[in-house]
Write a protein that binds this ligand. Structure first.
Ligand SMILES: O=P(O)(O)O[C@@H]1[C@@H](OP(=O)(O)O)[C@H](OP(=O)(O)O)[C@H](O)[C@H](OP(=O)(O)O)[C@H]1OP(=O)(O)O
Ligand SMILES: Nc1ncnc2c1ncn2[C@@H]1O[C@H](COP(=O)(O)OP(=O)(O)OP(=O)(O)O)[C@@H](O)[C@H]1O
Length: 452
């Protein structure tokens, strides 16, 4: 960043805003996307702010310097608050942030490792992350369970996130982080402490005793409410324009997910594919993720084609809109889902841009803000989600929607190979006893099959 001029930084930030407005709002619907605006700040203020927040930043992020020189910044609403009100709310507020990651298994015929058609990237990547020390233990969370639309699978996925939050789950109370870890050294999850924070929200006037029973009841309510919110939504958006044709789905379950393994153990059938309602944010996010039609293995040669063209005609970078502008024309080209390669740079470029958009959707987060409403208060047409002892006004927003850079494609290609090779070498090659370490705690097998 520091090598860029102020003008370039302004343009970069404006591109982020335009991408939100012209692409993500179109796909995901306007209620979910808050693009923010580029603002100018006094340099003195930026420097002081930078010093003040330095100690709060996770160590793993500190290699990224904050820009204190250009005077430009992106101003976003506080998404840990309700977005349905245009003025500050003074009621207590909970916010659950989920980074769901990629919710489908690649369907592309360019995939060379059979394992990639069976086990999702998140579950494979877990092993590499633990081996490299990013996290201490493998999570039972599998994105395919969350995106399944099946309440039991979603319930299992959310509980797994609560057990092993990694960077996929954070909970804020009145804007303050109360749950979720910063890095591998963070202390283990404490559900009773979390339940202590949440009890007034879910059991406001009830003298529910503390202890394990109370903890379980509170966590159950939280998971139910989040599941309901995730399945809600009638917000328009044009993700439907991306609906893939038959056969372009991939398997509905990941073989490494403890949920699907437990079903198989019990001789039950594989669940049906996505039962997500079409209006909900998860469904739309998944559709955008599926713009990755060819998988990185099919995409990389096309990236190389664009690269060769740019080496010959570097001045064309602008015309190809590699670094923006992300305007209506850019958006329209994303809607071309053909996979017939006619050998042109135009075809390669469209797939490259679709891949970048898909990667963005695979790495974004969902913010769910919940604020208790009084039992007799009218909903004033705001969405409301009931729990067994209270009701919440809620809003759902998406965070981190800046388009992934063109330059990250070679890195993605190498990382993909590393993830799969590591998984094949260390996990799959060993016998099932190693694989099943995470399934030995069979309480989850029975637990999830209760009606929720
Ligand atoms: O590649 P992945 O799947 O590990 O995703 C990266 C994330 O790691 P995760 O797997 O979520 O722990 C990674 O998350 P952390 O910074 O490790 O919390 C970033 O979001 C990274 O994006 P960027 O390069 O900073 O724009 C992400 O990189 P991109 O692949 O989205 O560029
Ligand atoms: N608009 C927002 N409202 C509420 N919380 C936010 C908002 N933006 C970011 N956050 C919080 O800050 C965290 C980090 O945000 P984000 O990943 O966008 O930062 P980043 O710019 O990528 O960070 P870094 O520069 O360290 O890589 C999010 O996971 C979320 O908890």
């Amino acid at each position: 960043m520091s090598s860029k001029t102020s003008e370039e930084i302004f343009q970069h930030l404006q591109n982020i805003v335009d991408f939100g407005k012209n692409v993500m709002k179109e796909f995901l619907g306007e209620n979910y996307v808050h693009c923010g605006e580029v603002v100018q700040l006094p340099l003195d203020f930026v420097k002081q702010l930078c010093l003040k927040i330095q100690c709060e930043r996770p160590e793993s992020r500190c290699d990224k310097d904050l820009d204190t020189l250009s005077g430009y910044a992106l101003c976003l609403p506080n998404l840990a608050r309700l977005q349905t009100y245009h003025f500050a709310e003074h009621r207590p507020i909970l916010c659950v942030e989920i980074k769901p990651k990629c919710g489908f298994i690649p369907f592309s015929s360019d995939v060379t490792h059979e394992m990639k058609h069976k086990v999702c990237r998140y579950c494979m990547h877990q092993h590499l992350k633990v081996a490299t020390g990013k996290w201490k233990q493998i999570s039972k969370y599998c994105p395919l369970d969350l995106y399944s639309g099946n309440k039991q699978r979603m319930y299992f996925a959310l509980k797994s996130l609560l057990q092993e939050a990694q960077n996929n789950l954070k909970i804020f109370k009145n804007g303050e982080l109360i749950y979720g870890c910063k890095d591998a050294r963070s202390p283990v999850a404490d559900w009773s402490e979390l339940a202590h924070h949440l009890k007034p929200f879910f059991f406001p006037s009830n003298g529910l005793a503390s202890g394990p029973h109370c903890t379980r009841a509170v966590i159950r309510e939280l998971v139910r409410v989040i599941t309901r919110v995730l399945l809600s939504g009638s917000d328009k958006g044009r993700a439907g324009a991306l609906r893939s044709g038959p056969g372009l789905w991939g398997p509905p379950v990941c073989e490494a997910s403890p949920f699907s393994r437990s079903l198989r153990c019990q001789g039950k059938n594989t669940p049906e594919r996505s039962g997500l309602p079409k209006g909900c944010l998860l469904y739309k996010t998944l559709q955008v993720q599926m713009l990755d039609l060819l998988d990185i293995e099919g995409l990389y040669p096309l990236y190389r084609r664009v690269e060769r063209y740019l080496e010959e005609f570097p001045e064309e970078r602008k015309t190809l809109q590699i670094d923006g502008p992300y305007d209506e024309a850019f958006y329209q080209r994303l809607l071309d889902l053909s996979t017939e390669d006619d050998g042109t740079v135009a075809f390669a470029l469209t797939k490259v841009q679709q891949y970048r958009v898909a990667m963005t959707a695979k790495d974004c987060s969902i913010m769910i803000a919940l604020s208790p409403c009084l039992q007799d208060a009218s909903s004033d047409q705001r969405p409301i989600v009931p729990s067994s002892r209270s009701r919440f006004a809620f809003s759902v927003s998406v965070l981190d929607l800046d388009l992934k850079p063109y330059e990250s494609i070679p890195h993605q290609y190498k990382l993909d190979g590393k993830i799969v090779n590591y998984y094949l070498k260390t996990v799959h090659a060993k016998d099932a006893t190693v694989m099943s370490a995470r399934f030995k705690e069979s309480e989850d097998c029975t637990l999830v099959l209760h009606k929720v």
